[in-house]
Ligand binder design. Structure first.
Ligand SMILES: [Zn+2]
Ligand SMILES: [Zn+2]
Length: 422
């Protein structure tokens, strides 16, 4: 039997209801913050990612799913959302109608990481890109929005860590400082990856997840002496705005993010439930990306949340998306009656299901329980004679009789009571 590809996962019916809920909550809140959805293709030219995420990043060197198609084009599955969205923003002249754009996306991303808990090769993100402003209030708002989406989805106990990377010139200074620090004996204690990173992309040494590297880094590198005055002021302003929004955060000088385009504010959101090495979300500013890609010279800021990781933390009732009503009908006359009722219920926006296999009452009750129905409507030969049905609350196990002509009304009010928690 052919199985799903390693590192990929089916989202099964028990879970998909929670996914839909998270997506709906997110869409509602993103609308409140003025964001509009953008959907870009999952495949792009490989060069888009190599040039903009950075040739020496882990994503590009080790993690992309790239292939040559039948027309000899180099194509990759998107490993993240930002590069595609800026491409689309420029290509479709979105800056021409309004220089400031707030865009969001929900969808799968692909990275060939070593599969382990919380690391999938097809993973799913909810992300935003606010394009067209350098204002520090935007950084604060973007961070607040990421926290709000987590709060509204019910994710508790996360930590927001912030850092200031400075502008491109500051980053160059930092690279030089790091090269100097690690070119002496200290550098010998770093992992093999980091030894290569020192030459090609020294910033990445700062956020290496290897314990040995972390120790060396924390011993040798303490503070951000490389940041220019303008970038320092920008970050101070960002913190002021965040404080106004009552968002809790920590400053972490070792957060650099794995992508080359980030400048100034970068942040990571971590959660104890994922272990120390994995973030539930991350983002930051990328003020050069649009210009680098041939677009307008505009500041921009964004984040992405990992939905699969949110799902790992959220321990929700998996039956929450069961039908309102399961109709258990016994005998042909009852089945015919039930088939009419089911249609009426659906026309009144009440979800319902029925047994198609002429099972026994006991088996139908088991079925109702396993699909997570809130109520079972029981119709047998006796009920047909009396002109009524029995309505059983699957939670309280209470049962009551209702006349056929009152079925819709009675069921609607019973559902309303359960929704109010009565
Ligand atoms: Zn600077
Ligand atoms: Zn390392």
């Amino acid at each position: 039997m052919i199985k799903a590809i390693r590192g990929t996962k089916d989202i099964l019916p028990g879970e998909s209801g929670i996914w839909q809920e998270i997506e709906k909550i997110s869409r509602d809140n993103l609308k409140l913050f003025g964001y509009q959805e953008i959907r870009t293709p999952v495949i792009e030219e490989t060069a888009l990612f190599v040039k903009n995420i950075g040739e020496e990043t882990d994503i590009v060197t080790k993690e992309m799913f790239s292939f040559v198609d039948r027309g000899e084009r180099n194509i990759s599955l998107r490993p993240e959302g930002t590069a595609s969205i800026i491409r689309s923003y420029i290509e479709n002249n979105l800056d021409k109608t309004s220089q400031f754009r707030k865009l969001y996306y929900i969808g799968p991303m692909f990275r060939a990481e070593r599969p382990q808990a919380g690391r999938l090769r097809q993973f799913h993100q909810i992300g935003v890109e606010a394009i067209g402003s350098l204002h520090p209030a935007l950084d604060a708002e973007v961070i607040a929005l990421s926290a709000k989406l987590l709060d509204e989805a019910g994710v508790k106990g996360y930590r927001i860590k912030l850092n200031n990377l400075g502008c491109r010139e500051d980053k160059k200074k930092l690279s030089k400082i790091l090269k100097e620090i690690f070119s002496n004996k200290k550098g010998e204690h770093l992992c093999e990856d980091c030894k290569r990173r020192i030459k090609m992309n020294p910033l990445r040494v700062l956020d290496c997840k290897n314990d040995g590297c972390r120790e060396v880094v924390r011993d040798t590198f303490k503070e951000a002496v490389f940041i220019c005055g303008e970038c320092k002021t920008h970050f101070e302003e960002v913190l002021k705005f965040i404080d106004m929004l009552n968002i809790k955060y920590e400053i972490d000088p070792y957060i650099v993010r794995g992508l080359d385009y980030y400048t100034r504010t970068v942040f990571e959101i971590t959660h104890g439930g994922l272990g120390s090495k994995d973030a539930i979300g991350a983002g930051g500013r990328y003020d050069n990306l649009s210009l680098d890609m041939g677009g307008p010279d505009v500041g921009a800021c964004g984040f992405a949340l990992g939905v699969d990781r949110m799902m790992m933390i959220l321990d929700r009732d998996k039956k929450s998306n069961g039908p309102d009503i399961f109709i258990a009908a016994i005998g042909d006359a009852a089945y015919a009656k039930a088939f009419g009722i089911i249609n009426d219920l659906r026309n009144n926006a009440i979800s319902c299901e029925i047994d198609y296999e002429k099972k026994s009452l006991k088996a139908q009750m088991r079925e109702a329980n396993s699909v997570g129905a809130k109520f079972v409507l029981i119709i047998g030969e006796d009920e047909i004679v009396k002109g009524e049905a029995a309505l059983r609350d699957m939670k309280t196990k209470e049962q009551s009789s209702i006349k056929f002509e009152n079925i819709i009304k009675e069921i609607a009010s019973a559902l309303a009571m359960t929704k109010r928690g009565l």
